[in-house]
Design a protein around this ligand. Sequence first.
Ligand code: ADP
Ligand code: MG
Length: 518
Amino acid sequence: MGAADCLRPKSGSSSDPIHVVHYAKINRMAEEIKDYEVVIGLEIHVELNTQSKMFCDSAVSFGDPPNTHVCPVCLGLPGTLPVINEKAVEYTALIGLAVDSRITEVTQFHRKNYFYPDMPKNYQISQYDRPICDGGRVVVEMDDYTRIVGITRVHLEEDTGKLIHIGKGGRIAEADYSLVDFNRAGTPLAEIVTEPDIRSPQEARAFAQKLRSILLHLGVSDCNMEEGSMRCDANVSLRRQGDAELGTKTEIKNMNSFRALVRALEYEIVRQYELLETGDRVVQETRHWDANRNITTSLRSKEEAHDYRYFADPDLVPIELSRAWVGALKAGLPELPDAREARLISTFGLPAYGARFMTQSKAHGDYFETIMDHFDDARIAANWMMGELAAHLNASNRDIADSPVTPEDLAEMLILIKDAVISGKMAKDVFKEMYETGKAAPGIVEAKGLKQISGTDEVAALVDRVLTENPKAVEEYRSGKKQALGFLVGQVMALSRGQANPGLVNEALRARLPNKAR
Ligand code: ADP
Ligand code: MG
């Protein structure tokens, strides 16, 4: 696929004014840019949800008062010694096993030296040439093709603290002063690095979503991009179609949603294209995605590995990862998204897109399977999850795991539709109320008097009345105007204030309206 295809936006993909301008530009550019190939590699950091930090027993936390989960070790006080969190090593190896990495025999921690006020030791304990996991791949299904993204490595390091810039805009440049919270300092952080195998912003998003789903199925991180427990840095370059050598890349940081990842890449592709086309060159650097302005800005010129003066941490011995330990981890791997997707298709007859929707996170699949414990039509269950439920969750910015409508309650409502107690149309109102109040469907149906009119006699009475009151439509139908039936159905539905069972209404009308038009 060329750069042109990957940039062509889906129509109506945004209504926000800045982005409309941005898209107009991309649209124009898509035609011209097709001489280039887009090359993307991602570096994804995830905070592991262990109980304690990477090298001490302070708790891993989020959102607590600043500097309440700190100790001499994660504050880097002199004379303290780190102790490796075994669970974090295990989680990192699990990630590696899930992405087909080789788990190395001996792994080691190195010091990455640099100064920044969010890092109390002036070095970060990270990994260098002996990461826990080496190589690997993730298969990414796009709409009409498959992209296999190579994994370079998965390694383990510690997170930094958090700086809070006080003053205009919250950016460091305009800040009057900055505060530092070390609660996050020392949180175990796994870094997953891909090969430069990704060819469009859409593929980058699909990869990141797939990886997130894998991590959620493993249960090693909560992968919340907004809260920063999953962070995607994107490296991107352009090269002329057919060129063997990669172009000069830039690295973009600070995208806190999948949408931001796509937008930042799109922006950066256009920026690089304009530089290359005007005979300028791309400068290798780290750039900052500014989500308010929809642009990337230069953050710092690219540092090289030797700038960090990596050396083996003398306080930590190399660790041998025995094959028995690796084998036991592998045997204990939970069901992963690909296997689950296949199982949902074969067990429930879900269409592929439905199965993919259900495996976007562990919580989605669990929700669906809980519905199916009580209800037997997988397609209907899937349609409600992808339709009403997803829309409500989106609008209230909630995760499916925190849905006020439980899967059991949704199943109960679906059974009411199936038994024709309520119509599909009424069900939308019932669902809305369930979502807003957390109440179950039967109570709402009762309280609102929403029960569908499914008694044959009741429906017949309504139909008779409508036929008597609409002789003209009846005549039209008899003379062959089929549309008149729709009108009459509408009249009956209106008369019943929407509560008549439309299937029965149709049947009753047809039975009383012989015959010509059929
Ligand atoms: P660095 O020396 O900047 O750390 P690496 O070679 O370690 O670069 O790669 C970091 C990330 O950038 C990886 O995900 C890799 O796939 C990606 N990458 C490397 N070169 C390019 C390039 N020319 N264009 C796009 N991505 C690249
Ligand atoms: Mg590197």
